[in-house]
Design a protein around this ligand. Structure first.
Ligand SMILES: [Fe+2]
Ligand SMILES: [Fe+2]
Length: 271
């Protein structure tokens, strides 16, 4: 039985994903507009971050595939489509950077990968060891972590739309957000099912989030970039309200009430 059949609020359906997975459609997006109507310096800095983190999905997938994830057909299938879609998000955001006469694609990705190569080399070992010790419960950590990160990504794009009020950027990010919505459905469905079936998973996930969670991309990007993105998108009343909405979604997962992950992280970084 798939997680989508087990979950009480199942949203994810693999057949649906197979039908809908696609390279991001950028037809009709006039990237040249950014030449006359550029984004703000702060907004562009957020986009550089988003570009790098979207492209980093293949490395996140590498860490997942050394766990029991590769034994589960539904999860392995999702990861295949997920990585493909995130790749094209990186490509499209790179086109926005290029339109601002900024480096993008390999020009940014290669030096980033070189900079973090030692840390990255360690990660598959860590996740393989975690999976050997904790078994299926380690997968519950990944599924929940993925749900929090996809919720945060979706909210980040919505906040950037609101901050920039740029019609071409809005069009592009809304197209990306539609695909992010399906990623949310997968991770939230699997996280809920894994947590509902095991008190041990709840305790492990809660412990991992409390001790080790940081905003999506924080393990890849420099700390000052994480702080900038946090302040630019998630401070002020609207930003904090968006973060609190994610905290409430986390609260609704079995055994994860009251963590206030996003609010605590933002308060610490904005100080
Ligand atoms: Fe994405
Ligand atoms: Fe995503």
């Amino acid at each position: 039985m798939s997680a989508s059949e087990k979950g009480s609020e199942a949203l994810f359906d693999l057949d649906d994903l197979k039908k809908n997975t696609a390279r991001l459609d950028v037809s009709g997006i006039d990237f040249a507009t950014f030449g006359d109507q550029p984004l703000s310096a702060g907004g562009l800095r957020c986009l550089r971050y988003m570009h790098d983190v979207e492209y980093h999905t293949v490395c996140y997938m590498r860490d997942l595939l050394v766990t029991k994830a590769h034994q589960d057909h539904e999860i392995a299938s999702f990861l295949t489509f997920w990585c493909f879609e995130e790749y094209w998000h990186g490509e499209a955001i790179g086109q926005v950077l290029k339109a601002h006469e900024e480096g993008a694609h390999a020009e940014r990705v290669q030096p980033l990968r070189a900079r973090i190569r030692r840390r990255e080399a360690f990660k598959p070992w860590l996740h393989s060891l975690g999976s050997m010790i904790a078994g299926r419960e380690w997968l519950a950590v990944h599924m929940t972590w993925g749900a929090v990160n996809e919720w945060s990504t979706q909210a980040g794009y919505a906040r950037l739309i609101a901050a920039e009020r740029h019609p071409v950027l809005t069009d592009l990010l809304k197209r990306i957000m539609r695909q992010e919505g399906r990623h949310i459905d997968f991770y939230a469905t699997h996280a809920r099912a894994a947590l509902a079936s095991s008190g041990r998973a709840q305790r492990l996930v809660r412990f991992a989030l409390e001790r080790a969670w940081s905003p999506v991309g924080a393990g890849v990007m420099p700390a000052e970039e994480v702080d900038h993105l946090t302040r630019f998108l998630f401070t002020g009343s609207d930003g904090m309200a968006a973060a609190q909405r994610i905290d409430r979604q986390i609260d609704r997962l079995p055994g994860l009430g009251g963590l206030s992950l996003l609010e605590r992280s933002i308060t610490a970084r904005a100080a």
